[in-house]
Design a protein around this ligand. Structure first.
Ligand SMILES: Cc1ncc(COP(=O)(O)O)c(C=O)c1O
Length: 382
């Protein structure tokens, strides 16, 4: 058999999906892979039923159905604070996953460098491999997940093509402050670097924190490629609808990359999702309140049990400090925990570039009964 590609040989099996398999094997409550166990808004699923009868069922315009882009442009203009042209500034993709890949392939050449904050969402490593880019990792140091400004500037001095910014961050729950974003944007301008954002948790931010789009900072519009999706905002991770928003120059290129990657997002799902994009502001407030409730329930329970953890400012994950259990091997700890405690988490080391083995990640986008059952089991840890 001929050799398989060198490029793909660097890929490791996703630890998150591995933990899901481990959870299934032991019947553990799965708090590893981040998806809700509650339903999407009924308006969206009701509309999907109608769409099944009336269509569309054929290829959409490759860069997204017009009514979907119109609704998305209106919604994002409202939250991002500027007009967005649905014809020239949007590409609809198969999730933020494809949006990020499309963004990378549109601006990064093999041999280019990209800055990635660590801990990071595992896809960024794969995106770098597929585009032939070399990541420069800059630590976000737990428990506060601050970065060292000199270290970041040292990374910029290597003249990276882009910086990847996951804000709000998975797995740390960090929400970047205005001052941090301003510092990053000044460096991006000084060293002529793109900011590729992953903002899938843009609407899951806890009071008093606020999500600020880096694209809204002075001088950043032309150099920001904003990626996000409907997955988390409307609890439809399986629908695979995401998007890139950027300047017409970038989008013109991104449309072509996207066309060759996937042709387009699913036409009936885009059609059904339009009602979601038209929800009033109250929907996003209720979403935040719902996530605040889940966060308080789960973190309150962890505190009662006496576990140490870092406080998420956004997204729906918590990093629990397992150093008191003294194993030094977070993967072994997670496998042991799934088997003997009955709850699955993700070893933190799969997110850190640094040698950090003291954290495991739980996600809490779950019904109350799921979270309460998990907490009941986690009591046995003590
Ligand atoms: C930071 C981050 N980006 C992207 C994704 C995937 O998003 P999508 O479903 O839009 O591809 C996830 C899913 O967990 C995530 O946590």
């Amino acid at each position: 058999m001929p050799a398989l590609s060198k490029k793909s040989s660097g890929f490791t099996d996703s630890v998150i999906r591995r933990m899901t398999r481990v959870a299934n094997k032991y019947g553990a409550i799965n708090l590893s892979q981040g998806f809700p166990d509650f339903d999407p808004p009924a308006e969206i699923t009701d509309r999907l039923r109608e769409v099944a009868d009336v269509g569309p069922h054929q290829y959409p315009i490759t860069w997204g159905a017009k009514n979907f882009r119109d609704a998305l442009a209106k919604k994002q203009a409202h939250f991002m604070g500027r007009d967005i042209d649905p014809e020239t500034e949007i590409v609809v993709t198969c999730g933020s996953t494809e949006a990020m890949m499309t963004a990378m392939m549109s601006v990064v050449d093999p041999g280019d460098k990209v800055i990635v904050f660590s801990p990071f969402y595992e896809n960024y490593g794969a995106d770098a491999i597929l585009t032939g880019a070399t990541p420069i990792y800059v630590p976000l140091v737990p428990p506060a997940f601050d970065f060292d400004r000199d270290q970041l500037e040292a990374a910029f001095k290597q003249h990276p093509k882009a910086l990847i910014l996951c804000n709000p961050s998975n797995p740390s729950g960090k929400v970047f402050t205005y001052e941090e974003l301003k510092f990053i944007s000044e460096l991006a301008i000084k060293y002529d670097t793109f900011a590729i954002t992953d903002e899938v948790y843009e609407h899951i931010v806890y009071e008093p924190y606020k999500h600020i789009y880096i694209s809204s900072l002075p001088g950043m519009y032309e150099r920001t490629i904003s990626c996000s999706s409907l997955s988390k905002t409307y609890s439809v991770t399986g629908w695979r609808i995401g998007y890139v928003i950027a300047s017409p120059t970038v989008i013109e290129r991104a449309k072509k990359v996207h066309d060759f990657l996937t042709v387009g997002a699913a036409a009936p799902l885009m059609e059904a999702a339009v009602v979601g994009l038209e929800f009033p502001d109250s929907y996003y407030k209720e979403l935040r309140d719902h996530y605040t409730h889940m966060r308080d329930l789960f973190l309150g329970g962890l505190k009662d049990i006496g576990l140490k953890f870092t406080q998420p400012q956004g997204a729906y994950y918590v990093l629990v400090d397992i150093s008191e259990f003294g194993q030094g091997d977070d993967l072994a700890f997670c496998e042991w925990m799934a088997e003997h405690i009955g709850v699955a988490a993700v070893p933190g080391s799969s997110f850190f570039k640094e040698d950090i083995n003291d954290y495991i990640r739980f996600h809490f986008a779950k019904k109350d009964e799921t979270l309460n059952a998990a907490l009941e089991r986690l009591r046995k840890l003590k």
